[in-house]
Write a protein that binds this ligand. Structure first.
Ligand code: ZN
Length: 189
């Protein structure tokens, strides 16, 4: 397995990333990027000096994200199974009523089409009400769980980025990086 090394600005919109082969990226930049961007891209594409700090920060972020994702997925999975079970049961109930009404309609002259429609229509409304309610519950549970996931991971990413920003200021003092890009738009007016 090749070693991953963090470099500043492998891509112009990213502060730092790990790479296994920086030469391949440099070659790509030379071959395919606009000529007026090549030298600045290559100049800023330097290895992070403090690999340890950035590696640890990334590992921590990845660990939190992985753990939080698993927790979210467990909640969503459980909620989905419950929703699915409710729908399944409701559908079977509807189908039983519909089947019985159909049999009666076909076997005897005792039940009119209108009656069949009334019975199955009502049964279908109940089916829809049950599954609609179950969907809302599923949606509420997973929505809340996702918000929690997003908040935790977002906070963790902010911390990771804050650590990188500090390191970046130390290691790249003369860098045009503005927090978003190494090519900040110059005002021309
Ligand atoms: Zn920089």
């Amino acid at each position: 397995m090749k070693m991953k090394t963090y470099y500043w600005h492998i891509h112009h919109l990213v502060i730092a990333e790990p790479t296994e082969d920086i030469e391949e990226r440099k070659e790509y930049v030379r071959d395919f990027k606009p000529t007026n961007q090549v030298s600045i891209r290559l100049r800023l594409m330097t290895p992070v000096k403090d690999q340890d700090t950035v590696g640890k920060a990334r590992k921590e972020y990845n660990a939190i994200r992985g753990k939080t994702r698993k927790e979210y997925e467990a909640i969503a999975d459980k909620a989905w199974k419950e929703y699915d079970a409710i729908c399944d049961k409701a559908r079977k109930e509807y189908e039983a009523i519909e089947g019985k009404a159909w049999e009666e309609y076909e076997a005897t002259e005792g039940i009119a089409w209108k009656e069949y429609e009334a019975i199955t229509g009502k049964a279908y409304e109940e089916y829809e009400a049950i599954t609609g309610k179950a969907w809302k519950e599923f949606d509420a549970i997973t929505g809340k769980a996702y918000q929690e996931y997003d908040a935790i991971v977002g906070k963790s990413l902010e911390e990771y980025n804050a650590n990188l920003d500090i390191l970046h200021q130390e290691e790249h003092p003369d860098c045009p990086w503005n927090g978003k890009t190494i090519f900040p738009v110059k005002r021309t007016d």
